[in-house]
Design a protein. Sequence first.
Length: 143
Amino acid sequence: MTKVQKLKICDWTLAILLPIVLASSIQLEATSSSGIFPVILHIIVALPFICLIVWHIFLHFQWKKWLTKFSNLKVPTRILWWLYILALVSGIVAFIHWLIESRHSTLGGIHGKIGFLMIALAIGHTIKRIKFFRRKNNRISVY
């Protein structure tokens, strides 16, 4: 499988998961994270989303010199990266707090706002590159 084919699989899966992550985020925000099921659901859909973002970055930059390559990116893409890191770290800390106290925290609220910003930029990132999804010459073969 070529790099482009892997990237297309990754990107389409991200595109499918993004609205699910967004919906679970809105649900948590609307209910102040009350109840175990919505939080667990958000974690279940967010974990593959997080892993796919890492795979997406890997497919673009590999591991060699990726920090150097990141510094050459346009500002919106760099901001998207930093929002991803902030959302990831704040999500881990908010989850640990939730495990201990079983309630919504201020950090969870901050994580939500960072996540919403990240999702908004991710949608813009996708729209700007919509031609990649529409190209016929990099279609994935089922064989």
